[in-house]
Design a protein around this ligand. Structure first.
Ligand code: CTP
Length: 403
């Protein structure tokens, strides 16, 4: 991978970690990038512009005007020139200014004019990093679509141990390379994803549910959104949160609610990924009052079947629309999954087996095999659910949507 010809704005702010920006500049230039440094007044207290301009081969920009000849530094032009902006190190103060649009220096002004993706690598003392105000600003930046490169744990300049160290320049460069290598091929595609469990109410305090965490569906939503898709994430009850601004979250509780939301949204979609663990049955009667314990030895709950969302979409599907389902099987896995794919008129089915250690419900990892309606099969090793999401999206959309 390389960064050949990429225009990168490197923002440097007033942190001890500013020395790392020299190494970062060097590595970026070595990878073929053109680096334009923009430094805050406080940044200059920690590293000299001379060092950074020598390493980047470009004058460092700090003021709105060049003091030598009064030339205006156009943040608008910088915003158009850049393929990417990275602020590293980013102090609590600069993060706060960026999150709130306080454009009192060249760096924040440039950020506000930026047309390209922006990355931020915080660096600060551990207490500052975990302070509610800093975390609120980081969350705000994330929801504005900024990529946050989390600070790491270790010894800090204060000699305290904790989270607050700027990520190492080598790792930052690897992340940026990966970012450019990822094809953003889902630009403006509309993708609906069902996720999580459903809760089928028995009475006001009890329900029938399952152990689905929703992690796979949320990872798929983030992956699609980061590739430029507009995502509608219809989710059952889960503690997870979706951070990307391109994800519209629709909260539902029961299979019937999920079914209604899915059918309402599907006509506008290019694809639907059905990752929810939908309850197959719901109580025939929902009691308005809490069901009391009785003297009877047995209590029988009568259940009626829920609609099959995947199969219903399979019937409604128009040419050009894709549906992708999941199958969780414990025996005769591939045959059962293929049968499900046909019955539900799916284009792909993602098979995960409960027989594999670390795969499926509740885990952070998953091990999948993707089967297509044309008989193709691809098996992947055990990976984090985020990486599994990348594999699924790459496999499914690689040929279909680009063509
Ligand atoms: N599915 C759905 N609506 C349902 C049941 C399942 O949309 N009411 C979807 C799931 O989201 C998944 C696929 O269908 O993408 C297969 O789900 P699974 O529970 O494995 O299949 P079932 O059809 O319920 O079969 P069984 O539980 O008997 O294995």
């Amino acid at each position: 991978m390389s960064l050949q010809g990429k225009h990168i704005i490197l923002g440097v702010t007033g942190s001890i970690a500013a020395y790392k920006s020299a190494i970062l500049t060097r590595l970026l230039v070595k990878k073929g990038a053109e680096v334009q440094t923009v430094i805050t007044p406080a940044g200059k207290e920690f590293i000299t512009p001379v060092t950074l301009s020598a390493l980047s081969g470009r004058p460092v920009i700090s003021e709105f005007f060049a003091s030598s000849n009064g030339t205006w530094h156009s943040h608008v032009d910088l915003g158009l020139w850049a393929d990417l902006m990275i602020v590293a190190p980013a102090t609590a103060s600069s993060i706060g200014k960026m999150a709130n649009g306080i454009a009192d220096n060249m760096l924040v002004t440039t950020y506000l004019s930026m047309k390209a993706p922006v990355f931020v690598a915080p660096a600060m003392d551990l207490d500052m990093y975990r302070h509610v105000s800093t975390q609120r600003n980081i969350k705000k930046l994330k929801s504005d679509g900024v990529h946050i490169i989390e600070a790491t744990e270790g010894e800090l300049a204060s000699h305290l141990e904790g989270k607050g160290r700027m990520e190492e320049p080598e790792n930052i460069v690897a992340m940026l390379e990966h970012f450019f290598a990822t094809d953003h091929n889902l630009d403006k595609k509309k993708i609906m994803i069902t996720a999580g469990p459903t809760y089928e109410r028995i009475d006001p305090v009890r329900f029938i549910g399952n152990f689905s965490s929703g992690k796979m569906g949320f990872a798929l939503a983030e992956e699609c959104a980061s590739r430029g898709a507009e995502v509608v994430l219809i989710t059952g009850p889960t503690a997870l949160s979706a951070s990307h601004p391109n994800i519209l979250r629709v909260n539902v509780e029961s299979a019937m609610e999920m079914y209604d939301a899915a059918l309402k949204n599907f006509p506008q979609m290019d694809a639907a990924i059905l990752s929810a663990a939908v309850a197959d049955y719901r109580p025939e009667q929902r009691s308005d009052k809490k069901i009391k314990r009785s003297d009877k030895e047995h209590y029988t709950l009568s259940l009626v079947s829920n609609p099959d969302i995947a199969a219903s979409l399979g019937k409604l599907k128009k040419p050009g629309q894709l549906t992708i389902g999941f199958a969780l099987e414990t025996s005769d896995e591939e045959r059962n999954a293929t049968k499900k794919m046909e019955e539900k008129n799916l284009d792909f089915i993602v098979l995960n087996s409960l027989n594999d250690r670390g795969a499926g419900f509740g885990h952070d990892t998953n091990k999948v095999t993707i089967l297509s309606r044309h008989g193709e099969k691809q098996s992947f090793p055990l990976k984090s659910k985020n990486d599994v999401a990348k594999d699924i999206i790459h496999t499914v959309f690689h040929s279909c949507l680009d063509s």
